[in-house]
Ligand binder design. Structure first.
Ligand code: SAM
Length: 289
């Protein structure tokens, strides 16, 4: 997946006006967000885009919305966001939140007392090594100590690692969705090899849009480890799919982006209950009021 990131310094009002304008345009494959630089107080508009025609339409939309020409810097997204490359880093087993994640190449003994998951990444993201994944596993572990969700969805499932973690611990069905068909087939294979094939319903979907997702909702647990921009764009549909009292676990958020994501979800009735920081990555736990 090749992704461009657009950004421009604007006033706060301009940045939010442009985010609103982009969100009204379903035809643009863009995810947009407004951010304040907490040190300088400057506001930025940021968007990610994965096809050139959408970029051109966006520049025209920005001109119309802001009433003039705006110079956006366009750059390939940080190599850190290359999901597959990231997933192939460090293939030693990883433990987080009482889970032990290892690949089929691993021959060592599985330690007792942990929920073991054999996860093969193939071309999908999610060996368990990235801080966004470990943050989610830790958040899931914290949640499961106090409640047992029954209607669960993992949005942006990658290898299925989080959905499989939930299915193994709760023994309840989990919807595992991803925009990428390779993730769907990888998740099915991983679910089978972890003995939870019957519990994982893997679907190809963008965000919360899919008939299977609608039929199985509303949800008492929604997990989404994607990126700040897409997460902000998803806030209204996550809000509609969440039961009262539901837990929402979000990750893929850089520390300076957390405030924007919290605000976007607060506008849809979800409030922050816990924040986990793993290096520069923030995982949020929220509750639907
Ligand atoms: C960071 S990976 C997370 C994988 C796994 N859940 C984990 O925690 O390791 C993000 C995944 O989200 C998927 N994705 C990106 N945008 C999406 C969207 N709008 N809807 C559903 N999935 C999306 C990507 O294809 C990728 O597999």
């Amino acid at each position: 997946m090749s992704v461009d990131q657009l950004s421009a310094p604007l006033t706060k009002d301009q940045a939010y006006a442009l985010v609103d304008a982009v969100m009204e345009r379903d035809d643009l494959a863009l995810t947009a967000s407004a951010h304040e630089n907490e040190e300088t107080g400057e506001w930025f508009f940021e968007a990610t885009c994965d096809s050139p025609p959408d970029l051109e339409s966006f520049v025209e939309l920005a001109r119309q919305t802001l009433g003039g020409k705006v110079d956006f810097s366009v750059s390939p997204i940080d190599p850190d966001f290359n999901w597959v490359a990231k997933s192939l880093e460090g293939l030693a087993p990883v433990s987080a939140g009482g889970f032990y994640v290892y690949g089929s190449h691993e021959t060592g003994p599985v330690p007792g007392g942990l929920t073991a998951m054999k996860i093969d990444a193939a071309q999908a993201f999610g060996t368990g090594h990235h801080e966004t994944t470990t943050g989610c596993l830790e958040a899931i572990n914290m949640l499961l100590k106090r409640k047992k969700p029954r209607h669960m969805i993992d949005v942006g499932t990658g290898t299925g690692v989080l959905a499989i973690a939930l299915a193994k611990r709760t023994k309840s069905p989990v919807i595992a969705s991803d925009i990428d068909p390779i993730s769907v087939t990888t998740t099915i294979a991983n679910a089978e090899q972890n003995g939870v094939g019957k519990l994982i319903i893997a679907v190809e979907a963008t965000g919360m849009t899919n008939p299977t997702i609608a039929q199985n909702g509303p949800y008492d647990l929604i997990v989404a480890n994607i990126l700040a921009g897409p997460l902000m764009a998803l806030a209204p549909s996550v809000g509609r799919a969440a039961q009262k009292g539901a837990t929402i676990i979000l990750s893929g958020i850089l520390q300076h982006q957390a405030r924007g994501v919290i605000n976007a979800y607060a506008r849809q009735g979800m409030t922050l209950t816990q924040k986990l920081q793993r290096k520069e990555w923030t995982t949020l736990m929220l509750e639907m009021k």
